[in-house]
Design a protein around this ligand. Sequence first.
Ligand SMILES: [Zn+2]
Length: 259
Amino acid sequence: MLHYDIETNEIFSLVAKVCAQLILLPVRDQKQDKAEPEFAQIIANFCKCPWDQITAVNAEKDLRPGETVEEYTAVFRQLIADVTNLFHQVIEQQLEDTSISIRPDWKEVITPDVFSNIVGMFELNNISLDIPTLATMERLSQQEPAERPLDGQYSDLVFLEGTGLYSIICTMNHSCDPNCVVSFEHGNSRATVRATREIAAGEELCITYIDVGQSREARQEDLSEYQFVCQCRRCLANDSEDEEPEEEEEKEKSMEEKQ
Ligand SMILES: [Zn+2]
């Protein structure tokens, strides 16, 4: 059985909201003056991939004895089928008591394949939200940057964690030597992109998708889920600094704590 954890359920809840927007769209468009970028257009801008294909990458290390990758990914496909079915049931129930009209072909629009592709789109494009509450921001502002606790050592400070698809930020490419960082400075989900160094005219703005404090091998393994091979300056260089595994044990420990 797959562990139905809170994070997975929250992703499904977000995907269901995207699906609901997609089937409501024709109605919404009649009321809007089209000044806003169309929701479907924003969604169309991002690459998609079935969720079980993403889970198949690096699946070997999670397989149980005797289990095949095919059997492993079948669990994810079944989960998507169940959740899509649930989505259909909920929409039908909701429609009984309202006058909201949605696309008549909505059941053909929201299929398990579409649901799976949107989960995959989130996996490939979303950024993590790590939002300090206003009280936490106040506390942090009283400390010198060097005295602030490192990631994962906040103890009594409160951060809101989440995931989000930002229409511009999530189109930024990855670099293991990024020239920009995403921060949350307003006590809400409003994201800010800040330069971390001088950027030359014409230089691409990049953020990082992973922990860049790791060895090249560990970075490339983490990036394999995003289905590209990083060609950044650090990955292409023959620097010996990038060969040294940094704090691998620490990383594995924190991964275990997260699960
Ligand atoms: Zn790289």
